[in-house]
Design a protein around this ligand. Structure first.
Ligand SMILES: [Cu+2]
Length: 264
């Protein structure tokens, strides 16, 4: 009986680790400049955690079998082994801190990347239950907005002030965002109501949109195509409906797309 339990732990651990090693249910393909570093970091964490997990299960099985009840001899126990306890506590702490420091660098790289010339800026404002996308237009300046002017019935979702000159060429869409391929993109992330999360799995971008904050996210898409923009934060009853499309286009196509939407 105890042998069956010990075997079960080993088999269970092997199957669990095997799912990751064989990449069954793996991540979607990666299409951004910074995404490779995130995947590497994730694989490093999974590898270390996988090895520790597997060894722990094997050790558990061994102890189950080695110290199983034999005859009517009662089990004995001891407690406290400072050397052992100190060793695993320090080893675990070193692993956690080390992975944290490495991961922090990867994360900061796309959140706080330096100003680059020729960046395409897009403002993304989450609301229940849609993504409002805005481009600054030819003047490269976002027009003034005022919460008092918000009028969803008239499609003024952001409260754009039409009296402001800079607002006239702003391009607004809902749930469709286009960006040029191989160009640095800066997203200014906002929210009108509750916390949402801007998530494009293939770009390895996921960032909360927090009311009252303008959070910047940087990425460069390396492949043209259509990708899903999901909301990754449960934001209300129709959260499941909150999705947009990201179109990564050739430079010229992007410019045509944008121009066709500017109204003077
Ligand atoms: Cu949402």
């Amino acid at each position: 009986m105890i042998l069956a339990l010990a075997l079960f732990f080993v088999v269970m651990a092997s199957v669990t680790v095997g799912i990751f090693v064989l990449r069954i249910w793996w991540l979607p393909e990666q299409v951004s400049a910074h995404g490779g570093a995130i995947d590497q970091q994730l694989i490093l964490t999974l590898t270390i955690a996988g090895i520790v997990f597997f060894l722990a299960q094997v050790a558990l099985s061994y102890v189950l079998w080695r110290f199983r009840a034999r005859g009517d001899k009662r089990a004995s126990y001891w407690h406290e082994n400072s050397t052992l306890e100190l060793t695993w506590t320090l080893a675990t702490a070193a692993l956690f801190v080390g992975l944290g420091v490495l991961g922090n660098r990867v994360w900061a790289n796309y959140l706080f990347s330096q100003e680059v010339p020729d960046v395409t800026t897009v403002e993304v404002t989450g609301q229940q239950f849609a993504w409002n996308i805005r481009y600054p237009g030819v003047d490269n300046t976002f027009g003034r907005t005022d919460p008092a002017l918000i009028n969803d019935a008239q499609a003024n979702y952001l409260g754009l002030d039409s009296k402001d000159k800079a607002s006239r060429d702003d391009v607004m869409t809902q749930n469709i965002m286009a960006v040029p391929v191989n160009r640095p993109i800066r997203v200014i992330l906002r929210s009108k109501d509750v916390t949402h999360s801007f998530h494009v799995p293939q770009l390895r971008v996921k960032q909360d949109a927090v009311p009252g904050m303008a959070i910047r996210v940087h990425f460069t898409a390396l492949r043209t195509g259509e990708y899903e923009i999901a909301c990754a934060e449960l934001c209300g009853m129709q959260h499941y409906k909150m999705r947009g499309r990201l179109l990564v286009m050739e430079d010229a196509d992007f410019r045509t797309w944008l121009k066709s939407r500017i109204e003077f």
